[in-house]
Design a protein around this ligand. Sequence first.
Ligand SMILES: Cc1cc2nc3c(=O)[nH]c(=O)nc-3n(C[C@H](O)[C@H](O)[C@H](O)COP(=O)(O)O)c2cc1C
Length: 228
Amino acid sequence: MELTHALRSTGSIREFTDQPVSEATLYEILDDARFAPSGGNRQAWRVIIVEGEQRHQLRDLYLDGWHDYVAHLLAGSIPFSPLASEHERVAASSRRDDAIALSNPTGFAETIDRIPVMLIVLADLGALAATDRDLDRYQLVGGASVYPFVWSILLGAHERGLGGVMTTVLTLHEDRVREVLKVPDTFAIAALVALGVPLHQPTRLRRRPVEEFATRNTFDGDVFRVHS
Ligand SMILES: Cc1cc2nc3c(=O)[nH]c(=O)nc-3n(C[C@H](O)[C@H](O)[C@H](O)COP(=O)(O)O)c2cc1C
């Protein structure tokens, strides 16, 4: 697949056919994804391929987190924004019962234990180059040593006619996930990645144009446009 096309068309897939993904294909996807960049080339990722009864426990934890996510949407707030006020947090939790009532038995969260491939991607905290670790704000640099790897998994899956989605709501129950999968507490749960043969291909991805996020020289500088 041509790279530009892949970058512009790798959308989230949450519905899959019953077709299995072969171990050889999954191996190839991981074998390509391992070339992703990471701080200091520490390659801080670990992957657990979840095939057993742990899937049901992870589904329950995922669904619980998903209800919290939906509750935020119902309250009109950006789910889990680090800048959310106490008022927004309380408003979101007050909508949790409404979120549960909206649960759809055939939804992605409700059936996540049946996805063709379930990967849990971990971040080895001791290997991260988290250059913002001492700043007095929410920290995000550490994740950048793992999420390019996850994105490469999704690109590699697309290249092979598969699709999937990176999900993070499981981190809401990180301690429980660690117990279920026997993960040491020096590792963070970075993502649950679903993969399989897409039931439908996304048509056009909705993304903001360059002019909405790029400026020259300063944050409030001129909008970046190509000089004619
Ligand atoms: C960091 C990150 C976390 C995400 N977490 C979830 C998640 O927990 N559950 C989910 O269904 N999708 C999750 N997604 C997928 C996003 O919803 C998706 O990338 C976005 O809405 C764009 O959708 P599209 O690819 O269909 O256009 C996540 C994506 C990223 C990059």
